[in-house]
Ligand binder design. Structure first.
Ligand code: ATP
Length: 607
């Protein structure tokens, strides 16, 4: 009976696969597992129960577990009933370092070490069905202690190896070294295609349960998420132009929001993210607008969800879609910000899929079907179709590019405007679910080399974990805003978070010096008036430095700098920053200012 297939069998396959070097070997193991475990028992209808554990990232049948490594470590400590300060608990919580052991950085391996000391090697004999039932319960509760009880009962019924793989399933990363496509192909030659147009693993497993039966390519349906078409990265404008040689090309701004697929099916509206989660939190703010401004009963729009600043009448530079959507759902006023969808494509209109038509044709349909509503819903049509004001009035969001110079100019303007980059699209191309094969090309000025060290000021601190628990281990640094009257700067923009580079002694000395000026960051209290920060919660340090004149300058270096800051108030931030040294010798007011920093960025970027 398929329902009796042991979890241990799947674990043995995972374990063997992870040791295989060759991809063909891994594939063969999967095929053998599926054929031996399911076909003879006539249990082909039950493939889903196993494949959802092989491809946990694609399973949307149960909710999320809410357990990333840190939370999982805490729940595991409770499940094992060990003291929080015991060596094993500390090892779990500090899995990244884990005493410098060889498994450091791999949560499942660190857990396996801890579990080995408590669990036997004999399999508990759990079935795949029982594992799925337990995982269902784990996702169904938000309560930490209930999660711990479920894990604790799983620990009793498994051995350390089984538990290790179970934890990897919960973390949705099996590190098997085999691609999703290979897994699908071993299951059924049409599985990947069908998944791309339905994003429904259960449906794929049920529909394609006989490998010898081919399935006619299925078109997209309203109400079922479609794997989004993606863009291929290109080095520079000329490489892009060469690739699109002879094609009619549209160049569009690469908006820096969240990809959203809006499905309108009469009264029913869905907002599917790139990972095909239905974001119902957008419904209170957007559903009515969608119903009224999409002029057909059934429709799928492909676009980007952004934040709109209602005072400045333009896209907001900072702000999170989800936070705004959640506030709208709770009936809270969000002063000056709301979500806006920029539809750059249409996949379905009326009673038919339009993905097989050319982009030019789709753009015509988009114009007919969508009535733009300023600040809420816009469409992206070349040369001024989008009636949103850019910070610079002369710029468009989308142009027809006739030659390389057009592309280069558009790219430069876009970057000067602090946008993320551009996307070039072949106007004759169809819309391909899940494709990243070069019909859309993206050009981003992502990586540029930083030459100089940057002398920035510490404005806040973050507590470390484990050994550094309760002590500031990382710093939030800022850039000065030059003051108009040539006096010392009065405002500082948050710039980046930096932790590495100092020895333990150097860090301790720095923290000791700053400690008297630490002020706890107590929500919803605002940061000290000197500091300008964004609404992004990732940026919030645990402590602020009371005022800049009490602070210290540090020299920060970075190999690579990313061009646009999403989290911090400064326009750019550093990637892989390191503290070079502490500049006790430099007075606080000689902190690098934002204009000088932008000049450094531009000069190293060749602009
Ligand atoms: P990365 O940020 O790592 O470059 P990405 O997450 O932006 O990758 P890509 O496939 O590289 O994903 O780029 C496509 C993404 O760009 C889309 O998923 C969409 O969210 C975003 N995007 C913004 N503007 C556009 C546009 N005009 N056309 C298509 N995609 C756009």
């Amino acid at each position: 009976m398929a329902a009796k297939v042991r979890f241990g069998l799947l674990v043995a396959m995972f374990q063997a696969m992870s040791g295989d070097k060759r991809s063909a070997k891994k594939r063969a193991r999967l095929r053998a597992f599926l054929d031996r475990a399911y076909v003879p028992s006539g249990g082909r209808d039950d493939y889903f129960s196993a494949l959802r554990l092989v491809l946990p990232g694609l399973d949307r049948e149960r909710g999320t577990y809410g357990l990333k490594e840190a939370a999982l470590a805490a729940v595991l400590v409770d499940a094992l009933g060990i003291a929080k300060d015991s060596p094993d608990a500390v090892r779990l919580i500090n899995w990244r370092r884990s005493g410098g052991g060889r498994n450091a950085g791999n949560f499942a391996l660190v857990s396996a070490e801890v579990l080995q000391r408590r669990q036997g090697i004999t399999s508990g004999g759990l079935t795949i069905k029982e594992v799925n039932d337990a995982l269902y319960l784990l996702a169904a509760t938000e309560n930490r202690s209930e999660k711990a009880t479920i894990l604790s009962s799983l620990i009793k019924k498994t051995n350390a190896l089984e538990m290790k793989w179970l934890l990897m399933i919960i973390l949705k990363d099996l590190k098997l070294g085999i691609s999703e496509k290979s897994i699908f192909d071993e299951f059924h030659p049409d599985a990947q295609d069908l998944f791309n147009v339905t994003c429904d693993l259960k449906f794929v497993c049920e529909k394609l349960n006989d490998r010898s039966q081919r399935h006619k390519r299925q078109d997209i349906e309203v109400g079922k998420a479609v794997r989004p078409q993606l863009a291929m990265r290109v080095r520079d404008a000329s490489a892009a132009w060469k690739k699109l040689h002879g094609k009619q090309v549209v160049a569009e701004c690469k908006f820096d929001g969240d990809r959203i697929q809006i499905h309108k099916k009469g009264e029913e509206i869905h907002f599917f993210s790139r990972s095909f989660l239905d974001h119902s939190e957008y419904a209170p703010g957007m559903s009515k607008i969608i119903k009224e401004n999409i002029l057909v009963d059934r429709c799928i729009l492909d676009g980007e969800m952004l934040v709109w600043d209602t005072v400045l009448n333009r896209f907001a530079e900072f702000g999170s879609n989800q936070e705004i959507a959640k506030a709208a759902r709770e009936g809270l006023e969000t002063d000056r910000q709301q979500c806006i969808d920029v539809a750059f494509d249409i996949l379905y209109a009326g009673d038919t899929s339009v993905i097989h038509q050319s982009l030019t044709e789709r753009q015509e349909i988009l114009q007919k079907v969508v009535k733009p509503l300023k600040g809420h819903l816009e469409i992206l049509i070349p040369t001024g179709g989008l009636n949103v004001r850019r910070p610079s009035d002369e710029l468009c969001w989308s142009i027809i590019a006739h030659n390389l110079e057009d592309v280069e100019k558009f790219f430069k303007d876009t970057i000067d405007n602090r946008d993320e980059g551009i996307i070039l699209k072949d106007l004759a191309s169809k819309w391909e679910p899940g494709d990243r094969n070069g019909k859309w090309l993206k050009l981003k000025p992502d990586y540029i080399h930083a030459g100089a060290d940057l002398d920035v000021i510490i404005i806040g601190g973050y507590y470390g974990s484990g050994r550094r628990g309760g002590e500031v281990a990382q710093f939030l640094v800022g850039l000065a805003v030059p003051s108009d009257d040539n006096s010392y700067p009065k405002r500082f923009l948050s710039f980046c978070r930096v932790g590495t580079g100092l020895s333990d002694e150097e860090r301790d000395a720095l923290v000791t010096k700053l400690k008297p000026y630490f002020r706890k960051n107590e929500y919803p209290k605002k940061p000290p008036k000197f500091y300008e920060v964004t609404n992004n919660s990732k940026e919030r340090p645990d402590v602020w430095i009371e005022s800049p004149d009490k602070s210290v300058i540090i020299s920060v270096t970075s190999d690579i700098r990313t061009i646009k800051s999403e989290v911090f108030a400064a326009p750019y931030c550093l990637r892989f920053p390191r503290i070079q040294r502490v500049r006790y010798d430099k007075p606080w007011h000689e902190c690098l200012d934002v204009q000088a920093f932008v000049d450094i960025v531009h000069s190293s970027n060749g602009t």
